[in-house]
Design a protein around this ligand. Structure first.
Ligand SMILES: Cc1cc2nc3c(=O)[nH]c(=O)nc-3n(C[C@H](O)[C@H](O)[C@H](O)COP(=O)(O)O)c2cc1C
Length: 280
């Protein structure tokens, strides 16, 4: 979630919050905005580099509600309709919304109809209300209702931790796809059918992060998610005390046999075997 008004106003914000490369395709950028003008301005700046613009209508944090963004928008369907309309009039790429459900699902149906009336291109629905915690189960009824109301593809989100979870949600609701957040942070190979994070995935992440550049906090955070199930409490304590990228790499080399050079050679062989051609 990138704040649309800050993104438009500051070159520094654009540099630090958004970067992409030729291998990232498709890329959908998600903005938080409280009005159509802010969103359309940010969309226009970023349009040459992305395949779609998504509107965050789900963030439940207190500061976001105060800023009239995120899940605050779930009770302002007319504002969201105007945001979609203005964005679609400004840029020629798909515009989608990521929503939550309401306690009274009739409100959700109305919200979806309003978005459809101005040509929203797809909808992602997190099957919880803005007040529900992520420990509470998702509402399959809510997801199904969004799918049945929609004439555009619907992606269901919430509690997808395995391919089986994804299949079960699709079967129960008829949605066109699923999205995972916590599950994919923990196991980025989830949608390839892996039950646990394969070690190659950790090595690939380290390699990509070093090649493209990231900060120590984000680097540590992603690795913590990926290694959570592998580490003992004592290992986690040691790992959490590491504050620099070199210290984290040393730790992984010494304790887990991290070997980026070997993994690179392995990937190169795989690409040759698959006749892989990088994008031009
Ligand atoms: C670390 C983290 C960051 C998130 N950031 C965003 C975000 O930027 N935009 C958004 O729409 N949802 C965000 N979410 C919410 C997720 O997209 C998702 O709706 C929620 O976690 C439920 O899905 P899950 O059960 O697969 O985790 C975030 C969730 C987590 C755990």
């Amino acid at each position: 979630m990138i704040l649309a008004d800050v993104f438009s106003a500051s070159n520094y914000a654009r540099d630090s919050e958004f970067s992409t490369n030729l291998l990232d395709d498709p890329v959908v950028i998600q903005f938080a905005a409280s009005n159509g003008a802010d969103l359309a301005r940010a969309a226009e700046l970023v349009a040459p580099y992305v395949s779609g613009i998504d509107i965050n209508c789900g963030c439940p944090q207190k500061w976001a509600i105060q800023e009239k963004i995120g899940s605050h928008l779930m009770s302002h369907p007319d504002t969201v309709r105007d945001m979609i309309r203005m964005t679609k009039a400004t840029v020629n790429i798909p515009c989608s919304v990521k929503i939550r459900i309401h306690k009274d699902l009739r409100e959700t149906e109305e919200f979806v109809k309003r978005a459809l009336s101005v040509g929203v291109d797809f909808i992602t629905v997190h099957g919880r209300t803005r007040r529900q915690k992520s420990t509470e189960p998702v509402s399959l009824d809510g997801m199904r209702l969004v799918k049945e109301t929609s004439t555009v593809p619907v992606i269901a989100n919430g509690d997808v931790f395995s391919l089986e979870d994804a299949d079960a949600i699709v079967k129960a609701t008829g949605v066109d796809g699923t999205m995972s957040a916590r599950g994919i942070l923990e196991n980025p190979a989830l949608f390839a059918g892996y039950k646990f994070t394969p070690w190659e995935c950790v090595e690939d992440y380290v390699d990509l992060a070093l090649s493209y550049g990231t900060n120590a906090f984000i680097f540590h955070h992603h690795l913590m998610y990926m290694l959570e199930k592998t580490m003992s409490n004592a290992e986690r304590r040691t790992f959490n005390s590491l504050t620099t990228i070199p210290a984290i790499i040393d730790y992984l080399e010494e304790n887990y046999g991290l070997d980026i050079a070997r993994r690179r050679a392995q990937r190169a062989e795989q690409r040759i075997a698959e006749n892989y051609l990088p994008p031009q």
